[in-house]
Design a protein around this ligand. Structure first.
Ligand code: PRP
Length: 208
């Protein structure tokens, strides 16, 4: 039988994803935190795990290089990949928010400059509110933008709130709650239905 190829993102949620897989009975003997191995196999040789950058994960799944993937709802909302989103994995919980200096008022008038990794989510949110914005796309350290005058506010994820607090910023508005999701390649769902269903039921047994 073919392997089920699962993509997970390197970075802050990878440990939680590995823990979930272990609880679901999938053990990867070659896995350890410090390893630079990009492809590993579970003991039963049914799941091939690949480690990819968060920004690339939906591409791997959409193009079928991975059958399934674990990725944050924020990335799904921003990239709108042509995949099935099947399970809320209930970890990686955080919020997408508008943040800025405490004195900052968000109101209509001249366009507000917003630095963000999420231009699409930002535009949709402010469009709904009828507020004009000019988005500036950044790839990280978003909190820096208002501190040095690159933007008036930011749209970013907040988990513990530490990064905002340490930089003198506050949440001005909440956009959406997010968490990690299981996404599935559409063709794989047709050709590997049994394997994918088995995999999902193992995950669900842990989640319930
Ligand atoms: C994310 C996000 C915030 C921070 C929020 O950045 O962009 O900067 O985490 O987390 P907190 O509320 O727990 O402080 P990440 O660590 O992914 O790095 P980045 O700045 O390179 O995007």
């Amino acid at each position: 039988m073919d392997y089920l190829t699962l993509a997970i993102a390197t970075g802050r949620t990878s440990k939680q994803a590995m823990k979930l897989l272990e609880q679901a009975g999938l053990n990867f003997p070659d896995y350890n935190n410090k390893s630079r191995k990009l492809v590993i196999y579970d003991e039963t040789k049914t799941v091939k795990l690949i480690f990819v950058k968060t920004a690339d994960l939906t591409t791997y799944v959409e193009k079928g290089a991975a059958d399934v993937g674990i990725i944050g709802k924020d990335t799904i909302m921003e990239e709108q990949p042509d995949v099935y989103e099947l399970v809320d994995l209930n970890f990686g919980k955080c919020q997408v928010v508008v943040a800025g200096f405490p004195t900052r008022k968000i109101r209509n008038g001249a366009p507000i400059t917003v630095a963000t990794k999420y231009p699409l989510i930002t535009k949709a949110f402010f469009d709904r509110k009828g507020i004009r914005v000019e988005t500036i796309k950044l790839n990280g350290s978003i909190e820096l933008a208002p501190l040095i005058g690159l933007s008036e506010v930011i749209v970013d994820i907040v988990e513990t709130g530490t990064t905002l607090k340490e930089n003198g910023l506050v949440v001005l508005d909440k956009i959406v709650d997010i968490s990690a999701r299981l996404i599935v390649n559409k063709a794989s769902f047709a050709t590997k239905t049994y394997q994918i269903e088995q995999f999902i039921s193992k995950l669900k047994a842990v989640l319930e």
